[in-house]
Design a protein around this ligand. Structure first.
Ligand code: TXA
Ligand code: MG
Length: 346
């Protein structure tokens, strides 16, 4: 049997990615690391290959996929000529954790776009992802590697059991550098609208083009009949199996008091908090997602920590929120979804 696993955790032998590139081009499924999260990749121009992604994830077919490219030549094949603002954003944030929703060309199969006229495009900066796409020689359709509704995969051990029987090749790149998915932006009348917050913050976007709108659906619960700009907004996401509740206060003292009070209402609870507050909850079970003074660290740990909470077998997970600005916006949007919008602000 052909070897199916490539370990590039501590190696820069990127030429070994040629096999995986060929598998992708020829219609196989490849699990691979990017700088944001792991992706479940297929040839983005091959309808049958893309179908396998939806099947493996159990993803709703109206939820479109991002096409990953390695250079601007590839971009020309799938998207219409970008506008001035779109071009400025690409130049500022590509390669990197940034996805632009662009008008598509007819070559992009309907199954990739969920039938929309637009296509999400990203040029990753992760070296493995970049080289893999180069070897594939085609745009690579890749959602985050997780079963639909589960936290995204940021290390192989977390997702192997979900996918090892379903993919043709697996690349291990260790823990993802960023840990949360790319910022998704659509430019409308030359104004960038953030459809999903991510590593690239609203402030950074505003600095480049002078303007930014954060879509109102990012932090709010969406009713079933609402028309949204990005189908992914509608779906339950990142959820541990245990019920979770998110609590935030600007004051640590108020936050700790409120969380302690909630924990007493349940027979068993787990508190997910910043390392600063780890020792403030007495006898309660506690795990930390890292320092709230270092949101890069929190984003890196977020999904692996959310996956861990189910191991504690408790009635409730109470999560400390972070300040909702900069990278904090992306973190809070994931936490709100993980808690199914069960939020208490004090
Ligand atoms: O960092 C990332 O973006 C990762 C890595 C693997 O690149 N990918 C990722 O893909 O997070 P996925 O499929 O899990 O999330 C893509 C999001 C979805 O919420 C989807 O609805 C939205 O982007 N999206 C994709 N194409 C779109 C389009 N044409 N219009 C609006 N939203 C779109
Ligand atoms: Mg996803």
């Amino acid at each position: 049997m052909q070897k199916k696993y490539l370990d590039l955790k501590n190696s820069i032998e990127y030429e070994l990615l040629e096999t995986a590139g060929t598998i992708l081009r020829e219609g196989g499924l490849v699990l691979f690391p990017t700088e944001t999260v792991y992706g479940l990749g297929a040839n983005g121009l091959n309808e049958k290959a893309v179908q396998k992604i939806y099947k493996a994830k159990g993803r709703n077919p109206d939820n479109p996929l991002i096409l990953h490219i390695s250079d601007y030549e590839m971009l020309k094949t799938i998207a219409q000529t970008p506008t001035k603002v779109e071009k400025q954003l690409m130049e500022a944030f590509w390669p990197g954790p940034f996805t632009l929703v662009l008008n598509r060309k007819p070559i992009v199969p309907n199954i990739v776009t969920g039938g929309l006229d637009t296509v999400g495009v990203r040029m990753p900066s992760g070296k493995i992802a970049h080289e893999l796409i180069k070897y594939a020689k085609v745009p690579v359709a890749a959602p985050s590697a997780n079963l639909s509704g589960r936290p995204s995969g940021t290390k192989l051990e977390d997702i192997l059991s979900e996918f090892k029987e379903k993919v043709d090749y697996i690349i291990d790149g260790g823990l993802s550098e960023i840990g949360i998915e790319s910022t998704v932006v659509r430019v409308i009348e030359e104004v960038p609208h953030i459809l999903r917050p991510g590593k690239i913050t609203p402030e950074q976007i505003k600095d480049i083009v002078g303007n930014v709108i954060i879509d109102k659906n990012i932090l709010g619960e969406i009713s079933n009949d609402e028309v949204v700009m990005s189908p992914g907004m509608k779906y339950k996401h990142y959820a541990p199996k245990t019920k979770c509740i998110l609590v935030y206060s600007e004051s640590d003292k108020t936050l700790i008091n409120k969380i302690t009070e909630i924990s007493k209402e349940y027979k068993s609870s787990l508190i997910l908090c910043s390392s600063e507050n780890e020792n403030s909850y007495g006898d309660n079970k506690v795990i930390s997602y890292g320092s709230k003074q270092n949101l890069e660290e929190v984003s890196k740990n977020l999904f692996t920590t959310l996956r861990k909470v189910d191991e504690f077998d408790v009635d409730i997970v109470i999560i400390e929120g972070v300040k909702n600005e900069g990278l904090g916006l992306a973190i809070m949007s994931r936490l709100l979804k993980a808690c199914d919008y069960n939020f208490i602000g004090v």
